[in-house]
Design a protein around this ligand. Structure first.
Ligand SMILES: [Zn+2]
Length: 284
């Protein structure tokens, strides 16, 4: 008999409501409008009626930001080797294999170098469908390498977060990535290179507690869930009821935790404007 019973579904559970399902028509989970899939793709997976932001894959995220939808991928061959030989209901290796098959990615992050409105930029995008976008040793190493590329070539760095937090299957090794990435971001800061953090639904746990909140500018998508612990844990700890909309972008910006909330359809133009302002001499 198991010692502990799982009370909640694991983070890797597919959550169909937020992703664009396949088919000709899509029903928006927010306003129930029926949208033609092709229109939804054209609007970067934002509901054309109510503005609900469906979750983007890491690849679609990079496509939405880079000029001509063209970029060069970095460190595509890094894979986790299951350092703790971890098993819960399934062996971690089997979870990795299933996620690789489902997403076509080696881990939960994609790094690309390309141009945004003419300016060369390093962009990292997380993939939620890969074990909840969780941050393990591979994500940590890839982000650090992305920061080092930015440093060596004097380019800005953008990280688009979409993650449940640290990857439990890698234990303390995944928590270590928080410090490792923060140190790399500090090196960028000392070199006076901009780092923009884009927070999308959801950005939680160790990702929020490190890289997602360290941007020179922190930009969130509308209504994104952003937080460290979940609301239930907080309510039980502080013994108070939390206000409505707690941990959503709009609440956080009111309380000084974010700099901007930007609709995805305006995101690329906004990033380009911010980068021109922060790196005026490098604009192409
Ligand atoms: Zn809608």
């Amino acid at each position: 008999m198991a010692w502990f019973k799982k009370a909640r579904t694991p983070i890797a559970a597919p959550d169909k409501a937020s992703r664009v399902p396949e088919g000709l028509w899509v029903k928006c989970p927010e306003c129930d409008a029926i949208i033609y899939t092709r229109d939804l793709v054209k609007s970067l997976s934002v509901c054309t009626k109510c503005g609900h932001h469906f979750r983007l894959t890491a690849r679609d995220r990079l496509l939405s930001l880079f000029d001509g939808e063209h970029w060069v991928e970095q460190d595509a061959d890094l894979k986790s080797n299951d350092p703790l030989t971890f098993t819960d209901t399934k062996p971690y290796r089997a979870r990795l294999e299933a996620s690789r098959k489902a997403t076509g990615l080696p881990d939960a992050i994609l790094i690309g170098v390309g141009r945004i409105d003419g300016s060369e930029t390093v962009v990292a995008a997380m993939e939620y469908a890969f074990i909840g976008g969780s941050m393990g040793v591979v994500m940590g190493e890839k982000i650090v390498r992305a920061a080092e590329t930015a440093l060596a070539r004097r380019l800005p760095l953008i990280i688009v977060s979409c993650s449940g937090g640290a990857r439990m299957m890698e234990g303390a090794l995944s928590l270590m990535q928080m410090a490792k990435i923060s140190a790399a971001l500090a090196r960028l800061d000392r070199a006076r290179l901009p780092y923009l953090s884009i927070l999308t639904d959801p950005t939680t746990g160790g990702v929020t507690a490190s890289l997602a909140m360290l941007g020179d500018i922190n930009i969130a998508e509308p209504k994104a869930l952003i937080g460290f612990a979940g609301p239930r844990v907080i309510e039980q700890t502080i013994r108070q009821t939390l206000p409505d909309g707690f941990q959503r972008s709009e609440f956080l910006i009111e309380h000084g935790m974010l700099d901007l909330i930007v609709d995805r359809r305006e995101l690329k133009a906004t990033i380009a404007r911010v980068l021109r302002f922060m790196m005026p001499n490098d604009a192409a």
